[in-house]
Design a protein around this ligand. Structure first.
Ligand code: HEC
Length: 138
């Protein structure tokens, strides 16, 4: 029994070591585990409208993939993911004027999903931190 516990603990150490290697050195990169959490939130909350590959639906749901609107302002992206939005916007030259309801996410879910959309489908949108989310939510 003791040996099994030691073995499992060793696996745990190996797993953690593998994950931090190459990532911990760069604070600006989204960690694989954060990215996976963000993908989970996206696939359960956002995908119905913005679609699996982030292309949206012309005239109804704006794209997130390669969206000039999304990539122009990270704080605004946090605010939309948390509180939804309404009113006229122009995304990649197309006008949208509908409503996105608040999605009822926790701060951590907002954090992960924003980092997910900023870094998916070819987006190179950088990273937001929990402090950024809290500054907007509180
Ligand atoms: C019920 C459909 C729906 C869901 C679910 C939804 N959105 Fe939206 N989203 C919209 C609509 C509609 C707009 C445009 C609103 C307007 O015209 O003002 C929008 C706009 C946006 C925008 C700004 C425009 C752009 O394309 O860059 C972002 C960013 C965004 N949504 C992110 C998200 C994220 C992240 C989630 C999941 C947490 C999500 N949305 C869930 C419908 C939805």
């Amino acid at each position: 029994m003791k040996y099994i516990a030691v073995f499992i603990f060793s696996l745990f150490l190996i797993a953690c070591g593998g994950e931090t290697e190459g990532w911990a050195t760069d604070d600006m990169l989204v960690q694989p585990s954060e990215f996976a959490s963000g993908e989970k939130v996206y696939m359960s909350t956002c995908v119905a409208c913005h679609q699996k590959d982030g292309v949206g639906l012309e005239g109804a749901f704006p794209p997130l993939a390669n969206s000039d609107y999304l990539l122009a302002d990270k704080n605004r992206a946090i605010e939309i993911a948390a509180n939804g939005m309404e009113g006229e916007i122009i995304v990649n030259g197309d006008v949208y004027n509908t409503v996105m309801a608040p999605q009822g996410l926790t701060n951590k879910e907002v954090l992960d999903v924003v980092n997910y959309v900023l870094n998916s489908w070819g987006n190179d949108g950088g990273k937001v931190t929990l402090a950024d989310v809290e500054a907007i939510m509180n």
